[in-house]
Design a protein around this ligand. Structure first.
Ligand code: PG9
Length: 637
């Protein structure tokens, strides 16, 4: 009997394995079995040829919309007999049949031309020598509908992150055939997305910085650079030991990077690192790259669905500002928002469970979005009536506290009111404004506050935004303000405005505000966390956080020093949330001045350019927060 049981289990295991292999293989071969692939170049109005890959359903008995993605990350695999494992924004759109097109943007990978990192838009172009990503998209769409067989004349564009930026760009001076655009985790402005937050440089983006850094006139294989000798290091200690940003220059010289195809004898500084260093303020270089400013005249034939992650560590500003700006300036357009419990681009995941970092939100959240929201959006506008009755809500937003989706007819919802909570004495967070007192802490640049307790402080962290923050609450250089245990639910829906009254013995300082949901100690565990041996008891979930580099408190263009020991107002807008602080939980605010190595260290002495600061500029200072400071929440009525 034992031998028989062993045989049964052996063969059933074999079947499972072979089934699994065949399932994976089948999925991998689905595109090859059901699509024809062609590779071509499309000539732009200035003569530059952009490499374009076209996947067309083998069933030529009908016509199909074109789904387009323009990317700096490559349209590979290259070669007519090499197929992507999956195409289209999701498997439903792949399996229903669409013509799917991927294009290397100008200057990247197989396309000709010179790459320009977030190329500035040129309004009222005079002639065909004036090009930008809007004209490249227009020329691409025009060629596709005239030359690709079996297309139905309707084009959609989508993309996550940088491809999301190109999707937003496509809506500017849009081609008449563009009927649906879905910018997702889209970069809006590099001074507030990815590399900077309110003027602080995201040191955590150090490794991603050279991604686009090749000199404008150098063809590049666009590979992500690797800093082989750094990956295994303790990033907190590495950056602390490195000292001022200028000591990192050596990592951005091409001799230091695996750039075998660049013939150069002298050291060539990475173009983007150079751009970051030479433009520490929100000057014309950064301003010209922002796409948000150009969304004031999106043509009504372009339906937009903007998608963002509530815990997106890279592009949170972008999706929210893209949706809000289109809504504000084009109120009659079909423009909608999806904002869910995701990290950067996580809604494209095919995983069954949805957690961000250590925090579990539920099962099938991404899968349901793909099947019921994204597929419905593109089908309605590219294959359906294309009218405004898509059956989808204006704003489909996830309450990260109640762990449920809500549909709203506007975002933020109309039925909210601004409620101020004051940073009171003895760690109280209260709606009562009390007599002003001062709370001080020493900001020690030799022991900056870590942004996470997870020692695997990684390059380009994407999951830290839900990391437990109780470790920080226990530090003397983190001020903590907390409500009593809540007797009723409080639901936030919209942005948060921190109105700090501060002082410092120095002449510059960073101010970081974190909004924390303190879970009760007796909270029931969910089995997902139990499987990961995670305890929700007393979990300090960071619902939202933001930094303001103090020199930019009044202007991102004209920075100003602090006057030592003078009470000064510092206002910080924290990006939108939709979160219910449930009865039995506590609302907590943490205020600190370092956030390392997520952001670089502020010398706490005013210097014109922190990228050029010297070691002696970095000084410990004593900071003060006055209890007249308040946090203004958008509370759902
Ligand atoms: N927004 C993301 C990014 C931009 C630039 C450098 C690295 C990452 C993204 O495109 O994923």
């Amino acid at each position: 009997i034992l031998i028989l049981l062993l045989c049964i289990s052996f063969f059933s295991c074999q079947n499972t394995t072979s089934e699994k292999v065949s399932k994976n293989e089948k999925e991998a071969n689905y595109v090859e079995e059901n699509y024809d692939k062609t590779e071509t170049t499309i000539t732009m109005r200035d003569g530059i040829k952009l490499f374009t890959t076209i996947y067309t359903p083998k069933d030529k008995s009908k016509t199909y919309p074109i789904l387009l993605q323009r990317t700096p990350y490559s349209a590979k695999p290259y070669g007519a007999n090499k197929f992507k494992k999956s195409i289209a924004p999701n498997k439903h759109l792949m399996q229903e049949g669409n013509i799917v097109v991927y294009q290397d943007v100008r200057g990247r990978w197989m396309s000709e031309g010179v790459y320009d990192n977030m190329r500035a838009y040129i309004p009222n172009k005079k002639d065909s020598t004036q090009i930008d990503e809007s004209s490249d998209t227009y020329d691409t769409i025009d060629w596709l509908i005239k030359n690709v067989e079996h297309n139905n004349g309707n084009v959609g564009i989508w993309g996550i992150s940088y491809p999301g930026f190109y999707s937003t760009y496509a809506t500017v001076d849009a081609h008449p055939a563009l009927k649906a655009a879905s910018p997702q985790a889209c970069i809006g402005d590099f001074f507030f997305d990815d590399f900077h937050h309110n003027g602080a440089y995201l040191l955590s983006y150090f490794m991603a910085t050279p991604l686009f850094g090749t000199p404008k006139d150098t063809p590049t294989d666009s590979s992500w650079y690797k800093f082989p000798d750094l990956k295994s290091k303790d990033m907190y200690q590495f950056f602390l030991d490195a000292g001022p940003l200028k000591n990192l220059d050596k990592y951005f010289e091409y001799e230091q990077l695996d750039k075998p195809n660049i013939e150069t004898s002298e050291k060539v500084t990475d173009f983007f690192w150079k751009e970051l260093k030479e433009h520490p303020n929100y000057d014309s270089v950064w301003q010209s790259k922002g796409i948000i400013q150009h969304l004031k005249n999106v043509k009504p034939h372009v339906a937009t669905m903007v998608v963002g992650g509530e815990f997106d560590a890279e592009d949170l500003y972008g999706p929210l500002e893209t949706y809000k700006t289109i809504e504000k300036h084009n109120p009659t357009n079909y423009n909608t928002l999806v904002f869910g419990p995701w990290s950067h681009g996580q809604w494209a995941s095919t995983k069954e469970t949805n957690s961000v970092g250590n925090y579990y939100f539920g099962d099938s959240i991404s899968l349901n979005y793909q099947a019921q929201i994204e597929t419905k959006f593109f089908n309605h506008f590219l294959k359906g009536t294309g009218d405004k009755n898509s059956g989808l809500p204006e704003a489909y937003v996830y309450d990260s506290g109640k762990k449920e989706w809500n549909s709203y007819d506007s975002w933020p919802p109309k039925n909210t009111s601004k409620v101020a909570y004051y940073l009171g004495d003895s760690q109280k967070l209260t709606t009562l404004k009390e007599k002003e007192t001062a709370i001080q802490f020493i900001s020690n640049l030799k022991k900056p506050v870590p942004y996470t307790e997870d020692i695997k402080i990684v390059f380009t962290p994407r999951k830290y935004m839900t990391d437990d923050q109780r470790f920080a609450a226990r530090r003397s250089d983190v001020l903590v303000f907390e409500t009593e245990v809540l007797e009723n639910d409080i639901t936030l829906a919209g942005d948060i405005l921190a109105k700090l009254q501060v002082a410092t013995t120095g002449t510059d300082a960073d101010w970081i505000v974190k909004v924390i949901d303190v879970h009760p100690s007796d909270i029931e565990e969910n089995n997902e966390n139990m499987q990961k041996h995670l305890k929700l008891s007393n979990y300090h979930l960071m619902v939202r956080s933001e930094v303001m580099r103090g020199k930019f408190r009044n202007s991102f263009i004209h920075p100003e020093p602090f006057i030592p020991n003078k009470k000064t107002a510092v206002n910080i807008k924290l990006q939108d949330v939709h979160h219910t602080f449930k009865k039995g939980h506590r609302m907590q605010i943490q205020v600190q001045s370092t956030w390392f190595p997520l952001i670089d260290l502020n010398p706490q002495t005013f210097v014109d350019n922190i990228f050029e600061a010297n070691a002696e500029d970095f000084k410990n200072q004593t900071h003060t927060v006055f209890t007249s400071s308040s946090i203004e929440f958008s509370v759902l009525n």
